[in-house]
Design a protein around this ligand. Structure first.
Ligand code: PNW
Length: 472
C-alpha cells in the first residue's frame, strides 16, 4: 500500500465521535483540593531527576479549577466528544474503603456540563495516577490491586454510569508495566522484570473486574485503551522477520489476545519464562477467562511504528532476542524524532478489524510533539501538526472505507500538558497553554480540527489562509 497523502476525501457519518483527549494528572493541578489523596505520581515526581525539566504537576493546566474554560474550548472547536480521566486518589484517597464525596461531586459537575453542551464524555478510570496507599501491597505488582480497582469502579459508576456511556477501564497496560515496573521511568519507578509481568497481568485482570462492575449498568460501553506499536522487520531476512513478530507479541498481542478471548500468546509466555527463569505463576487458572469477552470496543492509542531486527547474539543486555533499529530509508519524524507513519495506522486498524472479529474501534489517542511557532497576531501556525492530523485522519478514513468499524477519533491532546517524565517541554495540544498565566489559545491545528469536526470532512488546503485568528 502507498503512504497516505492527506488529500483523499474523507467523509464520516454524523454519529462519528470527533473529539480530543487528556488525563487527570497531566492537566488538573490542585493536588491537595477536596480531600485528594496522594497518587504514585506525586511521590515519583519528587525523586530527583525523575522529571526532565524538574517540573511537577502541582499546577499543570490548572484544569481542576479552569474546567469551565476547557469545556468552552471543546465546544468552540465543535467537538462532539471529550476523553478525560478521573483521578483515582480523589475518589479513594486511602486506596480502599472510604469514598471521597467531594471528588465525585467534581466529576459529576464536569460531566453534566459536558452533556449540557452535547459533548459525549469518554471516561478513563485509570490513567496511571493510582493512590499511593496501594503501594503498601506492591501497587499493580500485587494481586489485591484488582479488588481495589473494582471498588473504585463501583464508586465512580454508582455516581456516573447513568449519564456516561463510554468507559475506558485502563490506559495502556503495557506502558504501566514497562515504564513503571521494568524501566523505572514512570511511577512507581520500579525496575524488575518479574514485577512488571505481574503488574501488567493485574492491570488486565482489573480491566475484567472493572468491566464486570460496569456491565451491570444499562447502556454502558466498556473498553480498555492499548497503545499499539506495530513492529516491522528491518529487512526481509528471516531473522529480522522473526524478531518483528516476536516483539509484536511483547508490544501488542500480549494484551490484544487475552482481551479478545485468545489467551496470552504462547510464544511470548515462553520469552518471559526464559527471561525470568521461572513459570508465570501470577497468571492463575481462570484468569484468562476473567479478562476475555468483556470489551464492547477497543480504544486504540496510536503514535508510531518501530523497526525491529534480531538481537546480536553477544552484547545483549536485554532479555529478549530482538532490538529496535533505525529504518534504512529517510522517514518523516515529529520534532522529538518519533517516526510519522500514517500508512502503519491504516494497516493497524485493518489488522485489528481482521484479527479481532470486527471489533468496534475508538481512536483514543493519536498525536505528535511539534514545536509551536511563536504566537503572532494571536495565532500559532503549527503547520506540522496540521499535516500530521490530515494524514492520520485520511489513513483512518481509508481503513474505514476498507471495512474497519471506527466509531470515533480523539486527538491527543486537547491541551499542551504535563508529559510525564518529560515535563512541560513537549507540546501535544490543539490548544496552546501559557504555563505562566494558564491562558489557552487555539492553535491553527485546532482551527483546522474544528472545521473537520463541524463538517465531517477535511477542509481544503488553503482553509486557514487569512483566518482572523479568533476561534470559530
Ligand atoms: C501515552 N513511551 O503515553 C499516554 O496515554 C498519554 O498520557 C501521553 O501523554 C501520550 O501517550 C503522549 O506520550 C505514553 O515512552 C508515554 O513509549 C510514553 C510512551 C508511550 C505512551
Amino acid at each position: 500500500m502507498t503512504e497516505s497523502t492527506g488529500t483523499t476525501d474523507v467523509a464520516f457519518s454524523p454519529g462519528f465521535l470527533w473529539g480530543a483527549a487528556t488525563s487527570s494528572y497531566q492537566i488538573e493541578g490542585s493536588l491537595d483540593a477536596d480531600g485528594r489523596g496522594e497518587s504514585v505520581w506525586d511521590v515519583f515526581a519528587r525523586r530527583p531527576g525523575a522529571i526532565e525539566d524538574g517540573g511537577d504537576a502541582s499546577v499543570a493546566c490548572d484544569s481542576y479549577r479552569r474546567w469551565p474554560e476547557d469545556i468552552d474550548l471543546i465546544s468552540r472547536m465543535n467537538l462532539g466528544a471529550y476523553r478525560f480521566s478521573v483521578a483515582w486518589s480523589r475518589i479513594m484517597p486511602e486506596g480502599r474503603g472510604r469514598v471521597e464525596k467531594r471528588g465525585l461531586d467534581h466529576y459529576e459537575r464536569f460531566v453534566d456540563a459536558l452533556l449540557e453542551r452535547d459533548i459525549v464524555p469518554v471516561l478513563t478510570l485509570n490513567h496511571w495516577d493510582m493512590p499511593q496507599a496501594l503501594m503498601a501491597d506492591g501497587g499493580w505488582a500485587g494481586r489485591s490491586s484488582v479488588d481495589a480497582f473494582a471498588e473504585y469502579t463501583v464508586a465512580v459508576a454508582d455516581r456516573l454510569a447513568d449519564r456516561v456511556q463510554w468507559w475506558i477501564t485502563q490506559n495502556e497496560p503495557w506502558i504501566i508495566a514497562l515504564l513503571g515496573y521494568r524501566l523505572g521511568l514512570h511511577a512507581p519507578g520500579i525496575r524488575d522484570l518479574g514485577a512488571s509481568v505481574a503488574a501488567g497481568h493485574h492491570v488486565m485482570l482489573a480491566h475484567g473486574a472493572g468491566a464486570d462492575v460496569l456491565r451491570r449498568y444499562p447502556g454502558v460501553q466498556v473498553g480498555a485503551a492499548l497503545n499499539l506499536l506495530p513492529c516491522v522487520p528491518a529487512s526481509d531476512d528471516e531473522r529480522d522477520v522473526a524478531a518483528a513478530w516476536a516483539s509484536d507479541g511483547y508490544c501488542n498481542r500480549w494484551h490484544l489476545d487475552p482481551l479478545f478471548g485468545k489467551g496470552y500468546p504462547a510464544d511470548m509466555r515462553e520469552h518471559y519464562e526464559r527471561a525470568l527463569g521461572r513459570e508465570l505463576t501470577e497468571i492463575r487458572s481462570g484468569d484468562e477467562a476473567a479478562i476475555a469477552g468483556r470489551s464492547d470496543f477497543l480504544a486504540v492509542n496510536y503514535y508510531t511504528r518501530r523497526v525491529m531486527a534480531a538481537a546480536e547474539p553477544d552484547g545483549a543486555d536485554q532479555p529478549f532476542p530482538w532490538r529496535v533499529v533505525s529504518p534504512r530509508e529517510q522517514v518523516p519524524r515529529t520534532d522529538e524524532g518519533t517516526e510519522i507513519s500514517p500508512g502503519t495506522f491504516r494497516d493497524l486498524l485493518l489488522r485489528l478489524h481482521r484479527e479481532y472479529d470486527g471489533v468496534p474501534l475508538i481512536i483514543a489517542e493519536n498525536g505528535g510533539i511539534f514545536a509551536d511557532t511563536p504566537m503572532h497576531d494571536g495565532r500559532i501556525r503549527d503547520v506540522r501538526r496540521q499535516t500530521f492530523l490530515r494524514q492520520h485522519v485520511t489513513a483512518m478514513a481509508e481503513a474505514a472505507a476498507a471495512g474497519a468499524d471506527v466509531r470515533g477519533y480523539l486527538h491527543w491532546s486537547l491541551l499542551d500538558n504535563f508529559e510525564w517524565a518529560l515535563g512541560y517541554r513537549p507540546r501535544f495540544g490543539l490548544v496552546h497553554v501559557d504555563y505562566r498565566t494558564g491562558e489557552r489559545t487555539i492553535k491553527d491545528s485546532g482551527l483546522l480540527y474544528a472545521e473537520l469536526a463541524r463538517t465531517g470532512r477535511l477542509p481544503a488546503a488553503g482553509f486557514l489562509q487569512g483566518a482572523a485568528g479568533t476561534a470559530p
